[in-house]
Design a protein around this ligand. Structure first.
Ligand SMILES: [Zn+2]
Length: 141
């Protein structure tokens, strides 16, 4: 398939995820939080996976977490996700609990297991502001 065809592969903005993208544009990570049990969830969903409540609010969260796993991408499959190769696709376990998939920001080097990170907000190749992660505190390279 044509790699260029994926240039705008970012998720469609819907009424359900609009608060997440508005948060990114404002420089903060926002997640749905169940108003019944308090659990944060990502991605957005109509019901809580913990207690099945359909009642939720959007809250700004810390943007901090630790690297749960990663993969170094040497091929530029999706132009919307990176300007340069190689780049590190990371699974970050947020302090609030959910796992998010993102990338390490440029110049962060090789990730390591349980590395503390925080979200930063950068324009993607497609122009939309997306969360990326940088190392923080102990273990920052
Ligand atoms: Zn719940």
């Amino acid at each position: 398939m044509d790699v260029a065809a994926y240039a705008t592969l970012l998720p469609e903005i819907t009424p359900g995820n609009q608060p997440f993208w508005d948060g990114c544009a404002a420089g903060e990570l926002r997640l749905q939080q169940c108003t019944s049990c308090g659990r944060h969830r990502f991605p957005d969903a109509p019901v809580c996976p913990q207690c099945l409540s359909s009642s939720a609010s959007w809250e700004a969260v810390s943007g901090t977490g630790t690297i749960w796993s990663w993969c170094t991408m040497h091929q530029k499959y999706f132009a919307a996700f990176a300007d340069e190769v190689p780049y590190q696709l990371v699974y970050v376990q947020l302090t609030e609990g959910p796992l998010v998939i993102s990338v390490l920001a440029d110049g962060q080097g090789e990730p390591r297991l349980d590395q503390p990170v925080r979200a930063v907000f950068r324009p993607s190749a497609a122009g939309r502001i997306v969360p990326q992660f940088v190392g923080t505190g102990e273990g920052t390279r």
